[in-house]
Design a protein around this ligand. Structure first.
Ligand code: SF4
Ligand code: SF4
Length: 448
């Protein structure tokens, strides 16, 4: 077994860690698909308000590749289709009915799986709406099914506050997980199951499946960071990856022929009054998770991890890729998600000049941006924390100067969008956001 040790990065001392307790929530009355949260797709609507759908009915397809479809997480009636700016489809809301019906897809017996033709396996995953769970580095769009990747990275656990724990979501589902890994091995010559070095909380049966351990601060768990450390040639840059819990969804679809809907979610963060795992469904309303479990007042709802998630509210739903709701005090002034973290006493800080660096207790974060923009002071903090050895301040300057080639030379494509450079920058320069936008533009240009 290989262990990779990653020195660079930074652990946020965020209060509000979830426990391993699991509570099953009642079935939600409504569910939704949020196309807006799915990167790069150009959705074409396949349903209309009032239409009856089954669990597994296609709701949208991607105009770039119509075989990639996103399916209904429940059976019932399309209650709402909400559009945003420029008619971007934000939400497709399904009102569940009591006799929820499900579409039947092809199922594959365990005995057949090891020799099942790769092309037919891909077709089965596409038909069952779960192909987008497999994503491709470095841009993190869904995987290009016409190519064979050098490897698939399966990530168990996350160092970003806060995400479901593998010892919770995999408990009792070891066989299903093994089935899912067998399916993935039909798609790529190598499948690496990655877990933290301290992963002694996993039962022996799951530990034996782990092929690569990582250690280090956030974001050592990130598939892009792991690939950066293990790759032997540039051809390996287009590796695929999938989250551990999503392997279970994939396995459920292929084994049973029904679209899976169960999802373990964590509710966490300093403003959550109950912090634990909840067993519920894909596309659940956030209010079903947070009602009666949050502090009063102005609270920011983050769907997903604190550094990479979406800002939501208790009126929204959980997206296709999200499995966490983190609640933080809003701070009563407007702020940006990646501007959450600003220095000062009792506030988290990277700079050694701030007293909170010495505070070993979990800190309470809020969403104030604490002041306006300042110039780069060449402190080098952004480069010190970057887990893939980019010099973010130079990449940033190249992007602003329109020097794309130069930003690529500075490692733009290796960026894993962890947000740390923005977090540590004492001048509050939007490094991570600027690199993210440049990567998206570059990818879209290359895909034309
Ligand atoms: S440049 Fe990218 S990978 Fe490096 S710290 Fe910034 S966001 Fe993270
Ligand atoms: S952390 Fe901010 S101020 Fe310091 S070198 Fe990087 S960009 Fe400049």
């Amino acid at each position: 077994m290989k262990t990779i040790r990653i020195a660079k990065g930074y652990n946020l001392q965020l209060g509000g860690r979830p426990s391993t307790e699991v509570e099953s929530l009642p079935e939600p009355a409504r569910l939704a698909l949020l196309p807006e949260h799915i990167p790069f797709i150009k959705p074409r609507l396949l349903v209309a308000v009032g239409q009856t759908v089954r669990q597994g009915t296609p709701l949208i397809e991607d105009k770039r590749n119509a075989s990639v479809r996103f399916l209904s997480p429940g059976g019932g009636r399309i209650a709402e289709i909400n559009f945003g700016h420029r008619r971007v489809i934000q939400e497709i809301v399904i009102e569940r009915d009591a006799q929820e019906q499900a579409v039947a897809f092809e199922s594959i017996a365990e005995s057949e799986l090891e020799t099942f033709p790769r092309k037919r396996l891909i077709e089965a995953i596409l038909a069952g709406g779960l192909w987008p769970l497999i994503r491709q580095l470095p841009f993190r769009d869904y995987a290009q099914m016409e190519l064979e990747p050098p490897m698939i990275i399966v990530g168990l656990g996350s160092l970003e506050p806060f995400q479901p724990l593998p010892e919770v979501y995999l408990a009792g589902k070891e066989s299903l997980f093994e089935y899912g890994l067998t399916a993935l091995k039909r798609l790529a010559p190598q499948v690496h199951v990655c877990a933290p070095d301290s992963g002694d909380s996993l039962p022996d049966r799951l530990s034996s499946l782990v092929s690569l351990h990582y250690s280090g601060p956030y974001p050592a768990h990130d598939p892009g960071v792991i690939l950066y450390r293990v790759k032997k040639s540039p051809e390996e840059n287009r590796a695929w990856y999938i989250a551990g819990q999503d392997v279970l969804l994939l396995a459920h679809l292929l084994k049973t022929g029904t679209y899976p809907t169960e999802r373990d979610i964590v509710l966490a963060g300093p403003s959550a009054t109950t912090r634990k795992h909840f067993r519920t469904r894909l596309g659940v309303p956030l209010a079903d998770i947070t009602a009666g479990r949050r502090e009063e007042g102005d609270i920011r709802h983050i769907e997903g991890g604190v550094l990479s998630g979406f800002v939501g509210s208790d009126q929204t739903y959980l997206g296709f890729y999200e499995s966490a709701v983190n609640l933080l005090p809003e701070g009563n002034r407007k702020g940006e998600l990646l501007g959450l973290f600003r220095p000062g006493y009792r506030r988290p800080s990277y700079s050694r000049t701030f007293i909170s660096k010495l505070n070993k207790n979990d800190l309470v974060y809020d969403c104030n941006i604490h002041g306006g923009d300042r110039a780069c002071i060449a402190c080098g903090y952004c480069a010190q924390v970057c887990p893939v050895d980019i010099l973010p301040q130079f990449a940033y300057k190249s992007i602003l100067a329109g020097e794309v080639e130069e930003s690529l030379e500075h490692g733009l494509l290796d960026c894993v969008e962890c947000g740390l450079c923005s977090y540590v920058c004492p001048s509050k320069i939007e490094l991570a956001e600027t690199l993210h936008r440049a990567r998206v533009n570059y990818y879209i240009e290359q895909s034309k």
